[in-house]
Design a protein around this ligand. Structure first.
Ligand code: NAP
Length: 255
């Protein structure tokens, strides 16, 4: 996909006594689903939200929705599997808004639901290039822009990244990797005051979930907006001593 080179900044007034006031949050995969809902929620809590994904029209819509509710946002068309695009995006976030306080590595793709023995190599590479390389590119290139006081990194995982299930292929493997990445990084960054935790959303009504379970009636599932409290908690100072932990968004208790 060609990049449009387009980016926009929308600024407007927000209220106070919010959980993320004046924090700068970077969210990948913000064009739809959980990432879009999370961007809107973080903005409603007072954060400036820097959003990326590949579909720029959907990012623009998300940004307009944030602005119409009085929030602040920025977006840039970015494929997280391309490290150059990731670098450009993060540099723009920081040059526009200053140090980053929060990074949510949310973007991901599903890939085919087939056994590993029949998994095509090109599909394997494609899924890992987004779910694993993208996670690494976003994190490594965001770290130099983190606020001196530290911050919070939240990696979006999955139940199939904790207990292996058949027919999840590279997706399941990438989520196990995300859990390991989160654990190692949390130890490495502890002295810098940057916390790293993972969140498994559970079954949530999104395009990815529909792709995984096409026969399912999504009206029976939680909506993205209904699973976001754990993200706000982990992004906020309320969880300032919490790091190296793995959370289940649908059974969230403050720890
Ligand atoms: N929904 C569930 O039930 C469920 C359960 C467990 C875990 N999760 C995890 O939750 C996260 C969000 O999933 P979702 O359900 O909201 O899925 P979704 O609706 O398919 O959204 C995925 C997001 O990732 C973005 N994305 C995909 N490839 C990208 C790339 N190369 N570069 C940048 N952005 C990219 C997509 O935007 P573009 O297409 O515009 O790039 C989109 O914004 C994922 O990490 C997923 O594994 C979801």
């Amino acid at each position: 996909m060609q990049r449009s080179g387009e980016s926009s900044i929308f600024l407007s007034q927000t209220g106070n006594s919010l959980k993320l006031t004046n924090k700068v949050a970077v969210i990948s995969g913000a064009s739809r689903g959980i990432g879009k809902a999370l961007s809107k929620r973080f903005a409603s809590e007072g954060a400036v939200v820097c959003m990326c994904a590949r579909h720029v029209d959907q990012l623009r819509t998300a940004s307009l929705e944030i602005m119409s509710s009085g929030g602040k946002s920025f977006f840039e068309q970015t494929d997280i599997s391309d490290e150059g695009q990731v670098r450009d995006f993060l540099a723009l976030c920081s040059s526009n808004f200053g140090p980053i306080d929060i990074l949510v590595n949310n973007a991901g793709i599903l890939g085919p639901r087939v056994p590993l023995s029949g998994y095509l190599s090109q599909e394997w590479t494609k899924v890992l290039s987004v779910n694993l390389n993208g996670l690494f590119y976003m994190t490594r290139n965001a770290l130099p822009f983190f606020a001196p006081a530290g911050g919070s990194i939240i990696n979006v995982s999955s139940s199939v990244g904790k207990i292996a299930q058949p027919n999840w292929g590279a997706y399941g493997v990438s989520k196990f990797a995300a859990e390991g990445f989160s654990q190692a990084l949390s130890i490495e960054l502890r002295s810098k005051g940057i916390r790293v935790n993972s969140v498994s959303p559970g079954a949530v009504a999104t395009e990815m979930r529909h792709q995984a379970y096409p026969q399912e009636d999504q009206r029976d599932l939680r909506k993205p907006e209904e699973i976001l409290d754990v993200f706000v908690y982990l992004a906020s100072d309320e969880s300032k001593h919490v790091t190296g932990k793995s959370f289940d968004a649908q059974h969230f208790t403050k720890g």
